[in-house]
Ligand binder design. Structure first.
Ligand SMILES: C[S@@+](CC[C@H](N)C(=O)[O-])C[C@H]1O[C@@H](n2cnc3c(N)ncnc32)[C@H](O)[C@@H]1O
Length: 439
């Protein structure tokens, strides 16, 4: 076995991380080039023996290659579940006990503390991660403006620090603590009312992710909830969890039961069968940003042309989608949308992928952003319409179908890759029928 393959296997066995996911392999390459030089080692073969499970070197490696991207109030639709669980509790009752594994730099745990304050309920949050450097930043609670971009009332929760940083208010910090923890190891004890583990399993091999979900289920108090990222609801879940809806979103609740595995039902009844399938019969989820937010971050008209990286990320996303590799497609589209939030196509593809996975509300956010950025991108409006249909919002759906027909009639066609041109006529045809049926 070559040394690089041995390293990848070691990472998978120690952490569950599969380097082919989310571009981690490129981070490993970059890390190795730098680290071998620093350690004055000639080859990877010389480096491997330093990576024992208990070694500091494994920690250095993990700190460099894990994807710690996160921000406050990520996926507000899903966080409304947390608000709802908080509000169900007695105002003077015991605190909601929340564990956030894979919390990276701490934005999710602190967001929960903010939601608890909004709901006037007590909360105790434990954030954990395998990345010790991220946890140090979490404990410091000092953030840049990009992290807080989705917080409406920033002054309420942060103190302004030096160099325009945002420091978490000490009163929020008191409810949150952090601990290093590897999800492959036994769970952190706590009889948790809620485990919020978002956008972590997508980086793990399927086998490891399944084991993690089983252990997280065991860590819940009876009646406790497990929330995974929107793209992660496709994982099989243990029998002791049941799929349920809270605040209109999918949540998994701990019930008494056997350990037999079963598949999670889709988050919402899907219209995919009625929409033309072709290469789009796949998919999954992600991270919404509002159109307002995008407007605020819009570059001036003379901004440089889009980064070429976006196109290659989109191409990789399409490849995954065509092979029905949904979490992988989502990751690529998310990265593309993050790299250039002002381009409409990444939002559209992310929205379509989310829709196909049944994450309708998250899809709505992305598709709205796409239409906002480019009203002529009518396939985005089409999927916006079917999302509205799926949510029972028929007037909104009709409005979008009519928009599709109007844009197409003006001949203002989107310039999309040729590989997707086949479904244009089908979608347009369907939009005409549905818009017509409302007249
Ligand atoms: C993209 S961040 C997710 C942050 C946040 N939950 C969110 O959704 O925005 C993924 C995190 O998972 C962590 N992670 C990956 N493998 C892990 C493991 N085996 N045990 C614990 N944390 C892990 C990474 O270090 C990283 O900080």
């Amino acid at each position: 076995m070559n040394a690089r393959l041995a390293l990848d296997r070691l990472l998978e066995s120690q952490t569950g991380i599969e380097v082919t996911r989310g571009g981690i392999d490129a981070s490993v390459d970059a890390f190795l080039a730098r680290r071998l030089n620093e350690l004055k080692l000639v080859s990877l073969e010389d480096y491997l023996p330093r990576l024992s499970a208990q070694s500091g070197e494994l920690e250095v490696l993990l700190n460099a290659i894990t994807v710690t991207h996160t921000w406050f109030m990520r996926d507000p639709g899903q966080l409304s579940i947390v608000s709802s669980l908080l509000e169900r509790r007695e105002p003077a009752g015991p605190p909601l006990r929340v564990w956030v594994p894979g919390c990276a730099t701490g934005e999710d745990p602190y967001s929960i503390a903010m939601l608890a304050e909004q709901a006037s309920r007590a909360v105790e949050v434990l954030g954990s991660d395998i990345n010790s450097a991220a946890l140090r930043r979490a404990a410091a609670g000092v953030y840049g403006s990009w992290s807080v971009r989705d917080i409406i009332d920033v002054e309420r929760y942060f103190e302004r620090g030096e160099r325009s940083t945002f420091n978490i208010a000490p009163r929020l910090k008191r409810h949150v603590r952090f601990e290093r923890h590897n999800l492959l190891e036994p769970v952190l004890p706590g009889d948790w009312d809620l485990v919020l583990c978002r956008n972590v399993l997508i980086y793990l091999s399927r086998e490891r992710a399944r084991g993690v979900v089983e252990r997280l289920a065991e860590a819940l108090a009876p009646g406790g909830y497990l929330l995974l990222g929107a793209s992660e609801v496709v994982f099989e879940v243990p029998q002791q969890l049941e799929a349920t809806y809270v605040a209109g979103r999918l949540a998994l609740r701990r019930v008494a039961g056997s350990a037999k595995m079963r598949a999670v039902p889709p988050a919402a009844s899907s219209l995919v069968a009625r929409a033309p399938g072709r290469a789009w019969e796949a998919p999954l989820p992600a991270l919404p940003r509002s159109a307002v937010d995008i407007a605020e971050h819009r570059p001036p008209a003379a901004a440089p042309s889009p980064s070429p990286g976006v196109d290659s990320l989109l191409t990789r996303g399409h490849d995954h989608l065509d092979r029905s590799e949904l979490p992988e497609a989502i990751i690529e589209y998310e990265l593309a949308a993050e790299l250039d939030p002002t381009r409409a196509e990444p939002h559209m593809y992310l929205g379509i992928a989310l829709y196909l996975n049944g994450a309708l509300e998250a899809a709505l956010h992305e598709l709205r952003a796409a239409v906002f950025l480019d009203a002529a991108l009518w396939p985005a409006a089409f999927y916006l319409a079917v999302c509205h249909e799926g949510l029972g919002q028929l007037e909104e759906a009709q409005r979008e179908y009519r928009h599709v027909v109007r844009v197409a009639a003006r001949g203002a066609g989107p310039s999309l890759p040729r590989r997707h041109s086949a479904w244009h006529d089908d979608l347009l045809d369907l939009a005409r029928k549905r818009a017509g049926s409302a007249a």
